[in-house]
Design a protein around this ligand. Structure first.
Ligand SMILES: Nc1nc2c(ncn2[C@@H]2O[C@H](COP(=O)(O)OP(=O)(O)OP(=O)(O)O)[C@@H](O)[C@H]2O)c(=O)[nH]1
Length: 455
């Protein structure tokens, strides 16, 4: 049984249900897991998670994840509780708070540096486990890999979160927001790259609520999370598109990856191919960024890392549409399920670039009329509003299905996710938070709002 990392559930839910039922004679924790399963989507069991880790052990991982591995073990314990959760004491905390919608991680009060690091790691683990638990996962179903990812996301948004929370602490709980408080919150949102439209919407909605009732801090944060989720989810609703964005099995899916130079297209392709391989799809990459000489070599290197074949034409002045044509032929003859197409981020001018994208799209439509074709725009989160402006050109021609937001780990302030949703009205499909092959996951508005606003 294979875990589908795009859907974040097993490919064959039915199979898993049966398997869990046959195991349900064990501990109360395991019984709980079976009951949970009936009401929620299938997610990884510790056994699966361990298998996954075994098969990905050789891949490059971010430094943080490696450190984590040193302090924890992925082996499930005899009681069925993952060791990482036992070590952090997180299980007790998780159980205590499992019924709360708005969990409160314990504040850090210690000062010694080495202990503080451990405490923070523990809190991050507990927080991550809680976020997954709130989405219906039992402790036994939570894999270490997903915990690492959530920690990474939380760290990436750390600075913005602390600023927000400090400001909220200083202003809410005192009745309707006064003019000064509104201006401060507005400034904070704009500094976090939320953009004018989304900032106005957040401030107005928050203010209207606070006119109705004086919200204590906790309620204000919970309400703010709701607003954030609403903004992030609106493009999905307006486009009537499912939240899950996964290749269809046993069918050719072609994902065209676009975006300006340096946004992270090639890296994203490598990460997506890796997710595809892990999820048991057959994958192929088309190196159609023929404008920049090094781009083909770069995408080949990522193909190697992701164990995915790359179709390229090494000749000079190669027509990118011809590379795509060859790649589709190959995909069709091999029965490939996911073909990822790298495209140029810069040409002599915007008109040429857009013409080239149009030509590639035409070839795809003609050569693979039955394929599922998606077009993803890669945006560098650390560029803030500038990244958004650059992206606007692509929205005109590329018939976009959504956005991949990269570099949420660096100097990015994270708020650009809200600006993208509000201004471009595009669903965010994946987020990248690191340069390693594991550092990309499907976007979850719930997890993002929690990472941005949870204390
Ligand atoms: N910190 C961080 N760096 C990233 C992330 N994604 C990509 N990068 C880095 O961003 C730089 C540019 O990434 P590429 O994948 O080459 O970008 P590109 O859009 O393909 O650029 P061109 O090939 O020039 O068109 C590389 O140094 C990547 O390692 C991310 O999520 N976090």
């Amino acid at each position: 049984m294979v875990f589908n990392w795009f859907r974040r559930q097993f490919n064959d839910q039915q199979e898993k249900k049966e398997e869990q039922k046959s195991q349900s004679s064990a501990s109360p924790e395991e019984v709980e897991a079976t009951e949970e399963e009936e009401t929620t989507a299938s997610e990884p069991t510790p056994v699966e998670a361990t298998k996954e880790e075994e098969t990905t052990a050789n891949e490059p991982t971010p430094v943080e994840a490696t450190e984590e591995e040193e302090t924890t073990t992925s082996e499930p314990t005899p009681t069925g509780t993952p060791a990482w959760l036992q070590q952090s004491g997180g299980l007790e905390k998780l159980k205590e708070s499992a019924i709360d919608d708005t969990p409160e991680p314990e504040p850090v009060t210690e000062t010694p540096t080495s202990e503080e690091t451990v405490t923070t790691q523990d809190e991050e683990t507990t927080w991550s486990a809680q976020v997954l638990a709130n989405q219906g996962r039992t402790p036994e179903e939570i894999s270490e890999e997903e915990i690492s990812w959530l920690k990474q996301l939380r760290r990436g948004l750390g600075k913005t979160r602390r600023n927000f929370l400090n400001q909220l602490k200083a202003t809410v709980g005192k009745g309707p927001l006064n003019e000064e408080a509104v201006m401060e919150i507005e400034a904070l949102l704009l500094q976090a790259d939320v953009g004018i439209e989304a900032t106005d919407y957040i401030v107005e909605t928050l203010q209207a609520k606070m006119r109705e009732e004086a919200l204590p801090l906790e309620s204000a944060i919970a309400y703010l999370k709701e607003i954030v989720r609403e903004i992030l989810e609106r493009p999905f609703q307006e486009k009537n598109t499912p939240i899950t964005f996964a290749p269809e099995q046993d069918k050719l899916n072609i994902w065209l990856i676009t975006g300006v130079n340096g946004a992270g297209k090639t890296t994203t392709i490598g990460k997506l191919a890796h997710l595809g391989q892990k999820s048991d799809y057959t994958c192929l990459i088309a190196a159609a960024d023929t404008f920049r000489a090094a781009a083909v070599e770069q995408v080949k290197a990522w193909g190697d890392r992701a164990n995915t074949e790359v179709v390229a034409n090494p000749g000079k002045n190669t027509d990118p549409a011809a590379v795509v044509y060859d790649a589709i032929s190959k995909a069709q003859s091999k029965g490939t399920e996911l073909l990822l197409v790298d495209t140029a981020g810069r040409l002599q001018n915007k008109k040429n670039l857009m013409e080239e994208l149009g030509k590639i799209r035409k070839v795809i439509d003609k050569k693979a009329p039955d394929a599922n074709i998606e077009s993803l725009l890669v945006i560098d989160a650390s560029l803030g509003q500038n990244g958004l402006r650059q992206a606007e050109a692509f929205t005109e021609v590329a018939r976009l299905s959504g956005v991949v937001l990269t570099k949420l780990d660096g100097s990015s302030k994270g708020g650009v996710a809200l600006a993208i949703s509000k201004q471009l009205n595009l669903p965010i499909r994946f987020i990248g938070a690191g340069e390693g092959i594991e550092d990309l996951r499907p976007f979850s508005s719930y997890e993002f709002a929690e990472a941005l606003l949870s204390e």
